[in-house]
Design a protein around this ligand. Structure first.
Ligand SMILES: Cc1ncc(COP(=O)(O)O)c(C=O)c1O
Length: 399
């Protein structure tokens, strides 16, 4: 059967997938319908940080699903509390509001920030402003794409909600200049993922923390992609030793099998919510909570944060050492690496296609950057296997 033709005929063309039809996966390996094996160096944009089909996740999922799965939050369960207790412990924050997807958790953060602004900072009704960065990516709802600086995300979807101010990413003084008495929050990715794994200058987050404190403004970090070990720390903001007022998490929290997200914050921020002010039928359901709890336990017990730092260092060294005149830049943290290619010579997409033919799954972003973000469980031997192929493709792409 031609699965690609079938999918194209019945699925909206809101993605442009690589020409491969996957049918199974285990750990860092995925297999297509022809029986070919690929090394997954994308891990579903970090959603599969624990690897495909982690046995502990599968056991927890099956056990929980057959006992209690979805009740809605009209009732308490014996698993939501333990999950969020662990989540607030690892984040160093106080309370959490569980949702499903990253975008929903970002929407939750926006609501929290605005309510906090009105109730605590006494901002005049409907005047609250949130400062965001150019080239941000926080999801696909109409509010969120409304403050994107990427026209392809916005075109034809207006009118958009107001109240967002864009500043260049990585420039803390621009944030301070944009502050007004109506600013309630700065919402930022500590490392911009979809923009091409853009690491800000050293000290940026520390400066943002100080500026937010000076102006009585919340610092909210979107770590949907950078969090939970991806950068070699539990959270990317820990590289600068700061603490946000609110933290948005998702992707890897779902153990690679289920959408689980959360907005985590201080008591002060989270106390703005009262019954009826926000919710989601599936958010925080027993199955999600059990999977989230198990995912956090695996990250800790399998030392995936330390592994990400160590294996990430190794992967980055190998990518930097690659001899290829199409590479303009190699950047990243931990097992999250962007390789920027020279757009005058080659497109990142064509390199992805060549990698696919050689058994490595990657994905381009913005036409010029390939991302390498394998499961945090990847071994040195598996990186070597992948690098042999990556080097081959990059060497050939020169000619
Ligand atoms: C930083 C960041 N925030 C939010 C999202 C949106 O998450 P979701 O696709 O689960 O809605 C993403 C997705 O890539 C992301 O990278």
């Amino acid at each position: 059967m031609d699965f690609i033709a079938l999918e194209r005929s019945v699925t909206a063309h809101n993605y442009d997938p690589l020409p491969v039809v996957l049918t199974e996966a285990k750990g860092v390996w995925v297999t297509d319908t022809e029986g070919r094996r690929y090394l997954d160096m994308m891990s579903a944009y970090s959603a599969v940080s624990l690897g495909h089909g982690h046995p502990r996740i599968l056991n927890a999922m099956m056990e929980q699903a057959s006992r209690l799965a979805v009740t809605s939050r009209a009732y308490h369960t014996d698993i939501l509390g333990p999950f969020l207790e662990r989540l607030v412990q690892v984040t160093g924050l106080d309370m959490a509001l569980p949702m499903n997807t990253g975008a929903e958790a970002v929407e939750t953060a926006i609501k929290a920030a605005r309510r906090w602004g009105y109730s605590r900072k006494k901002i005049a009704p409907d005047q609250a402003e949130i400062i965001v960065a150019e080239n941000n990516f926080h999801g696909r709802t109409t509010t969120i794409v409304g403050f994107s600086s990427d026209e392809s995300y916005r075109e034809g979807f207006g009118p958009f909600a107001g109240g967002f101010k864009l500043v260049p990413f990585g420039d803390a003084t621009a944030v301070e200049r944009m502050m007004t008495k109506n600013t309630c929050a700065v919402l930022i990715e500590p490392i911009q993922g979809e923009a091409g794994i853009v690491v800000p200058p050293e000290g940026y987050l520390k400066d943002l923390r100080a500026i937010c404190d000076r102006h009585n403004v919340l610092l909210i970090l979107d770590e949907v992609q950078s969090g939970l070990g991806r950068t070699g720390r539990w959270f990317a903001h820990q590289h600068e030793d700061i603490k946000p007022d609110g933290l948005v998490l998702g992707k890897a929290l779902g153990g690679g099998v289920y959408p689980v997200s959360a907005f985590v914050g201080t008591h002060d921020v989270m106390s703005v919510f009262n019954p009826g002010s926000h919710g989601s039928t599936f958010g925080g359901n027993a199955l999600a909570a059990r999977i989230g709890l198990e995912a956090l336990a695996i990250i800790e017990e399998e030392h995936l944060v330390e592994r990400s730092a160590e294996m990430g260092g190794y992967l980055q060294d190998r990518l930097r050492a690659m001899r290829s005149n199409i590479v303009k830049d190699v950047r990243g943290r931990g097992l999250w690496v962007g390789v920027e290619v020279d757009a005058n010579v080659v497109s990142a997409r064509s390199v992805c296609d060549a990698l696919l033919e050689n058994g490595v799954l990657s994905k381009d972003t913005h036409g010029t950057v390939l991302r390498f973000a394998p499961p945090l469980t990847i071994t040195r031997d598996e990186i070597d296997w992948g690098m042999e192929r990556i080097e081959r493709v990059f060497a050939r792409a020169v000619h």
